[in-house]
Design a protein around this ligand. Structure first.
Ligand SMILES: Cc1cc2nc3c(=O)[nH]c(=O)nc-3n(C[C@H](O)[C@H](O)[C@H](O)COP(=O)(O)O)c2cc1C
Length: 329
């Protein structure tokens, strides 16, 4: 369930390979005795730029589900984006959080229901809504089919109206009716900043800016949606260059090392999200597993910054790359 991607998993693989194609440029004789990884996003002051991506069904990974995850996020000082397919309501998660939370939405077909969810999320103190737009239908998951994977039907999905009413299946289809009009409506009912997650093409990024969204997440759903879509690292520079700093851009997909984070930030991402790495931590060691995975990535990022002569994230640019060649998709 966690490892797999869509269809033949080309995109899943490309997300990783893209990072390996990019070479870093060592930089010598700079004072790197103090490395600062702080970043500020939508009023959230974060000690480092590693966010925990929204991922479904933590109840199948750990007996305490999202309650364990949020304790891990707190220990890791990492911002958690709570998934719409969470098995736990947001308030008990927020009660255990020591830092800010965001909530990811699959906008459901019933506007009354969506309004109630938004009010609940606001009341729980979420600082942003991350609207996932790259899964109007769920990608074909042959690996899951081969192993006869089944979701645990006993676990609750409090924010999946359509799934709960049998209109859609998490394994077969998602918010397939959503359009830009629904986004405009969503903006009209909340003051929370809205990020669009799953933007890959510069033209869509342009439309999103025009639609008034506050941020973008360049993402291909961890290679789980459209197979043979390009890697996120190769899509990132095109989106960054089109948006020209008008709104912050985040990215995810394939981040497994601190050097990957450095490369994503060098191409213009303000922060990154990790999915599978922290789910592995959750499975193996619960909250402390998440803290450990994040700490390893933080350490690696700081070392990579030092070795490329970069002491602060806001000074990081494509100059740390060996040569500014386009990444092969
Ligand atoms: C098991 C699993 C469940 C996921 N569930 C969601 C979800 O509920 N909502 C969402 O927006 N993205 C979901 N994603 C995508 C992640 O948010 C993220 O884009 C992706 O995992 C990043 O790639 P990485 O796993 O290579 O770090 C899921 C990914 C995985 C692996």
């Amino acid at each position: 369930m966690v490892q797999g991607g869509a269809a033949d998993e080309h995109t899943l693989r490309w997300n990783r390979e893209a990072f390996n194609q990019v070479r870093l440029r060592p930089h010598i004789l700079t004072d790197v005795s103090h490395i600062d990884t702080r970043v500020s996003l939508f009023g959230c002051d974060l000690p480092h730029p590693i966010l925990l991506a929204p991922t479904a069904f933590h109840g199948m990974i750990h007996p305490r589900g999202e309650l364990e995850t949020v304790e891990g996020a707190s220990a890791a000082k990492a911002l958690l984006v709570v998934s719409s397919a969470s098995n736990t309501r947001i308030q008990p998660i927020a009660d255990r959080a020591s830092g800010p939370l965001w909530f990811q939405m699959y906008v459901q077909s019933d506007r009354g229901f969506v309004t109630d969810v938004v009010r609940e999320v606001e009341a729980a103190g979420s600082k942003a809504l991350v609207v996932t737009v790259d899964a109007p239908v769920v990608g074909v998951r042959y690996r899951q089919m081969r192993v006869r994977f089944r979701l645990d039907k006993g676990l609750k999905l409090p924010y999946m109206y359509d799934v709960n009413r049998g209109r859609d299946s998490l394994l077969r289809g998602g918010n397939s009716r959503m359009t830009w009009d629904d986004l405009e409506w969503l903006r009209s009912i909340t003051q929370l900043p809205i990020l669009l997650k799953g933007v890959m093409h510069p033209d869509d990024a342009e439309k999103a800016v025009a639609a008034g969204v506050s941020g973008l997440v360049v993402s291909n759903h961890g290679g789980r949606s459209l197979d043979t879509a390009p890697s996120t690292l190769s899509a990132l520079p095109g989106v960054v260059d089109r948006v020209q700093g008008r709104i912050p851009i985040l990215m995810d997909g394939g981040i497994r090392r601190g050097t990957d984070i450095l490369k994503a930030l060098a191409f213009g991402a303000r922060a990154v999200l990790i999915g599978r790495p922290y789910l592995h931590g959750l499975a193996v060691g619960g909250a402390s597993g998440i803290a450990r995975v994040t700490a390893i990535l933080r350490d690696e990022l700081e070392q990579a910054m030092a070795l490329t002569g970069c002491t602060r994230l806001d000074t990081l640019d494509r100059g740390v790359l060996w040569e500014e060649t386009a990444v092969r998709p």
